[in-house]
Structure formats: structure tokens, C-alpha cells
Design a binder for this molecule. Structure first.
Ligand SMILES: *[C@@H]1O[C@H](CO)[C@@H](O)[C@H](O)[C@H]1NC(C)=O
Ligand SMILES: *[C@@H]1O[C@H](CO)[C@@H](O)[C@H](O)[C@H]1NC(C)=O
Ligand SMILES: *[C@@H]1O[C@H](CO)[C@@H](O)[C@H](O)[C@H]1NC(C)=O
Length: 527
């Protein structure tokens, strides 16, 4: 009897120790389909690990939850707004650069979304309950105001980013300042792996300086204005920097140029990828019948290939007609006039499962970061047709890493000859597939599965109530100190003074009290 109650007691004790479930709030209002796949998969992963998750997002969860709990706070109406934006369709008109006007357009659109998030009745309802949370997760898109949830629930923030490569805005949030001399800014399109010329470095530095201006004069005031509009006496968003404990990067070192990461930045790229499932029968039949292999063509969820210009559509069809391969095209209309026999269209295709098929010879894609991770997961070479936003950066990087070729949608050389020769080069030169396989090996070679890594660090931040010991002190230093501008100025002024007064230059150092200069005799140093 005594023994039994003891073991029941110890059972409860054990449960509390090991099975502690946390209350996790995800705030991911952006309605883009591809990013929501990531948010949804991350939150499901946390629920499956036994946590109680609540997700503020534009979609309802459809994944099976096997443990913990999953509550949706759906931002109804957001997907419709987003679709309307997409249908205005200027994505295909974007050109291969990042004009400042585009930055402002994006920012204003984002502000509109964050503002509407706070106004949304479902969010208002949630805020009125006495619910508590142990941690807040968000994705960073110039949305410091969303961290107000961590202020309201008095908890820490784990920040996620779905972008690959160098993300200067996320680096800024944790003081991971990179050298503008060697780390090319997100806005610098091209291959700078071998360094930048003088002019390129001027451009690069100008982008870093622009970010500084944009942060203090646009992002912070814009976010503060939203909070003031929606909450009584909100804190200044600058104080939220202290709330960030861990940054989860959706990238991976196998798919970007090497750069330093702060100790609280963790890579979890590929966490959303699950082992491939069986293909639908009709698709499997097409693949089985393709003697010369299959080319898979999909432009992702933002750009519809049914919106291609008449001219571009003809170019694709005429080139595909000349190929020995079968082409599987994610095409969003019922019919495609002039479609040759070797081309099959579907409104939707299981991308991840298709890329796993051994007779997929080539993937033609817009080059979203998620798609490139999927293709590298399976080691398939790529022709990227970037259209907008980070797709250009991703495409340059993929070419640089040797597993892809690139032809921008608005490239002036986009014609039948170029498209045909790029496809032939990718099909016939084995180096692209070899490089894709090499990257694939690196992508898989990790100490822990990326979803487990994400869960570990989120639980770490909960257990330790943040991670202030991982926070870089660079965050607290003003700009002029961070870059030693005051010291350079001091030297320049001193030098010009010495020059004018004919004072020996050594005297510049005198006031610094370095101590006496010791002449070291040969061989005495280590004695
Ligand atoms: C379910 O969650 C509990 C914590 O609440 C955890 O201990 C357990 O391992 C989880 N089960 C599975 C199958 O992950
Ligand atoms: C937020 O939305 C309200 C009403 O829709 C509007 O009046 C206000 O100007 C918006 N705030 C910002 C900072 O955009
Ligand atoms: C130091 O070593 C160099 C070469 O080894 C020699 O020429 C020189 O005389 C030495 N100086 C002293 C102070 O011993």
C-alpha cells in the first residue's frame, strides 16, 4: 500500500519533471502560402512535442496533431486581401534590383497588415481572456510592434526568419553586425564570393547606412505609431530588443555563403521537410512512362504561370516541344492552348514527393527559398526563373554554388534560344547534378534533425526565461562607437595637429598611456 502510493507520487513527480508542457504563442499574420507552410509545420512540431500552442495566422491548421494542443486564432479576411494584392499581379513586372521605392511599398503593406492584426476581432477576443503564455514566436519582417505580445504576456521572444543568405534586418535585432567590406548586403545582387570592387563596396556600405537610417526614421516610428493607435500607453518598440532570446534561421550553411552568426542564432533550414509520400496514380504513371526522364516546372504559390505573358508562354511551349523529356507543369488553368504531347499540366503538384523521384532530371522554379531547400534535399539541379523579392538573391546563390543556372523572368535575353540552351546545359553537363548532390550531403549532415533543433532551442528559451547570456553587447553600443568613428576622428585630428606643429608623430600616442616601450632583447622573451 505504502509502496503503491509512493510510486504514484514518484510518477507524478516524474511527469512534472519531464512532461512539462509550455504555452506557446505564434504570431504570424502574413498570408503568403509558402511561409504559412513553415509556420504551421513549426507549430505542429511544438504541439507534437507536448506543448499547448496557439497560432495567430491567416489559415486554420489542417495537419494532424498527435500530442499537446493546437488552437487557431484565424485572421479571417487576410487571405482574401492577400489574393487581391496578388491579382493586381505586378509581381511579374518586377525588375532585377531593389529600388528604395519598392522597399517603401513593402514596408507600407506590412504596416497595414500588422495594424489590422491588432484590430482583428479574434485577436481582440484572445487579448481579453486571462490566458497566459511562456513564449512568443514571430517572423521578422520589420514588425517590431508584434513583439508587444511578449510585453503583454511578460515573456521572451523567439524570432524566426524564412529568408536565406544574409538578412541584415534580423542580424540587427541581435547585434550580429557584419563587416560591410566583406559581407554583401541583401540588396547587392550578384556573386561577391571573391570580394567586392571599390565601387561595389561603396554600394554595399550605402545599403548598410540606408538600413541604419530606415531603422531609426522609418521602421521604429512606423511600428510605434501602430502600437499607439491600438494600445493605451504602449512601450517604445526599441525596448523589445531585450525580449529576443533566440533567432531561428530558416537557412542552412550548405545553402549560403559562410558568415558569422551570433551565439543566439540557430539554423533550422529544412525543418519543414518530411520524408516523401507515394505519388497520386496518374502522376506516377506519367513518370513511369518517361524514358528520357521528367522536367518538373513550378513557379510556386505567388506567381501563377497562367499569368505569364503570351510571349513568354509561347517561348516555353516552343522550347518544351523540342525536348525528349516529359514536362510536368504546375499550371493553374484548365487548358493550355498549343500544349505539345510531352507536356502535362496540373493545377497542383506534390512538389516535395515529386522531387524525390529518381527520374526527375531537372526542376524549373521561381527559386523561392523553400523550393530550393526541397530540391537540395533530393539533390536535383535547377533552372531558376526569379520574378521578385528574395528570389533574385536565391538564384544568384544557387548559381554560385554550382547546382543551378538562372534566367530572370524579365531578362532581356529571355528567348527560345537562351531557354533551350540553358535547359540542355543542365541536362547534359553532369556537374550540376554532382554539385546538387554535394550540397544535398552537406544539407543532411547535421548533429540533430532541424525540427528537433528548433524545438530544443525554443524549450531552452522557455526553461531559461530567455537567454541574456547569449546576447551580444554590440547591441548596446551606439553607431559611432561600434565602428570606432570617434577614435578615427581623434587620430585624424591629432595627426593634422602634429603635422601643423611639426611635432613627432609618436607623440600622438603619448596621452594614451600605453606604458613604457620595452625593447626585447634577442631570446629573452620567454625566460
Ligand atoms: C507528448 O507530450 C509529452 C509532454 O506533455 C511528452 O513527454 C511526450 O514525449 C510526448 N509524446 C510524444 C509521442 O512525443
Ligand atoms: C491603422 O489603421 C487605422 C484605421 O484603419 C488608421 O486610422 C491608422 O492610421 C492606421 N495606423 C497606421 C500607423 O497605419
Ligand atoms: C639579435 O639577433 C640578431 C640576428 O640573430 C643579431 O644580428 C643581433 O646582434 C642580436 N641582437 C642582440 C642585442 O643580441
Amino acid at each position: 500500500m505504502r509502496l503503491a502510493s509512493l510510486s504514484i507520487l514518484s510518477f507524478f513527480f516524474f511527469e512534472l519533471q519531464c512532461g512539462e508542457s509550455a504555452r506557446i504563442l505564434g504570431v504570424f499574420p502574413l498570408a503568403g502560402k509558402s511561409v504559412n507552410i513553415l509556420y504551421n509545420r513549426l507549430m505542429k512540431g511544438l504541439a507534437d512535442a507536448g506543448h499547448d500552442v496557439t497560432l495567430i495566422s491567416s489559415y486554420k491548421n489542417k495537419l494532424p496533431i498527435v500530442n499537446g494542443s493546437y488552437t487557431d486564432v484565424v485572421l479571417t479576411g487576410f487571405t482574401e486581401d492577400y489574393e487581391a494584392l496578388l491579382n493586381r499581379g505586378h509581381f511579374l513586372d518586377a525588375h532585377e534590383d531593389y529600388p528604395i521605392s519598392a522597399v517603401n511599398d513593402y514596408f507600407n503593406y506590412f504596416l497595414f497588415i500588422w495594424n489590422n492584426t491588432f484590430k482583428h476581432p479574434n485577436v481582440r477576443k484572445m487579448l481579453k481572456t486571462s490566458q497566459k503564455f511562456d513564449i512568443v514566436l514571430t517572423e521578422y519582417f520589420w514588425n517590431d510592434c508584434l513583439e508587444i505580445f511578449a510585453h503583454i504576456y511578460d515573456c521572451t521572444v523567439v524570432m524566426f526568419t524564412s529568408m536565406g543568405g544574409v538578412n541584415p534586418w534580423v542580424n540587427d535585432r541581435v547585434g550580429n553586425y557584419l563587416q560591410a567590406s566583406s559581407a554583401s548586403h541583401f540588396f547587392m545582387l550578384g556573386d561577391y564570393s571573391k570580394g567586392m570592387t571599390f565601387i561595389e563596396r561603396i554600394h554595399n556600405l550605402a545599403y548598410y547606412l540606408y538600413d541604419y537610417y530606415h531603422k531609426y526614421f522609418v521602421i521604429i516610428p512606423g511600428n510605434n505609431a501602430i502600437l499607439q493607435h491600438n494600445f493605451p500607453n504602449p512601450p517604445d518598440v526599441s525596448t523589445f530588443y531585450e525580449k529576443i532570446s533566440i533567432v531561428l534561421l530558416g537557412s542552412h550553411s550548405s545553402l549560403r555563403q559562410p558568415i558569422p552568426l551570433a551565439p543566439n542564432m540557430v539554423e533550422i533550414g529544412g525543418f519543414h521537410l518530411d520524408p516523401p509520400k507515394k505519388l497520386p496514380k496518374d502522376i506516377q504513371t506519367i513518370l513511369d512512362g518517361a524514358k528520357n526522364g521528367v522536367i518538373f516546372f513550378s513557379m510556386g504559390s505567388h506567381v501563377k504561370s497562367s499569368d505569364f505573358s503570351e510571349e513568354k508562354r509561347k517561348i516555353f511551349l516552343n522550347v518544351f516541344m523540342k525536348l525528349d523529356q516529359i514536362v510536368l507543369w504546375k499550371f493553374e488553368d484548365d487548358n493550355l492552348p498549343g500544349k505539345p504531347d510531352n507536356v502535362h499540366i496540373r493545377k497542383w503538384l506534390p512538389q516535395m514527393d515529386l522531387l524525390a523521384q529518381p527520374n526527375i532530371r531537372l526542376f524549373i522554379t521561381h527559386g523561392g527559398y523553400g523550393s530550393l531547400q526541397e530540391t537540395i534535399y533530393h539533390g536535383v539541379p535547377v533552372l531558376t526563373i526569379p520574378c521578385f523579392a528574395d528570389q533574385y538573391n536565391n538564384a544568384y546563390l544557387a548559381v554560385q554554388l554550382g547546382y543551378a543556372l538562372k534566367l530572370s523572368y524579365n531578362d532581356k535575353n529571355f528567348n527560345e534560344d537562351t531557354l533551350y540552351s540553358l535547359i540542355q546545359e543542365l541536362l547534359n553537363n553532369p556537374q550540376y547534378r554532382e554539385n546538387a548532390k554535394t550540397r544535398s550531403r552537406l544539407f543532411h549532415d547535421r548533429p540533430m534533425k532541424p525540427l528537433d533543433t528548433a524545438i530544443y532551442w525554443i524549450e531552452y528559451a522557455i526553461r531559461n526565461k530567455g537567454a541574456p547570456h547569449l546576447r551580444l553587447s554590440a547591441l548596446d553600443i551606439p553607431f559611432y562607437k561600434l565602428y570606432n568613428i570617434d577614435i578615427y576622428l581623434f587620430f585624424i585630428l591629432k595627426l593634422s595637429y602634429c603635422e601643423a606643429q611639426f611635432v613627432p608623430v609618436q607623440n600622438i600616442l603619448a596621452p594614451l598611456k600605453f606604458g613604457n616601450v620595452v625593447t626585447i632583447q634577442n631570446g629573452t622573451m620567454w625566460e
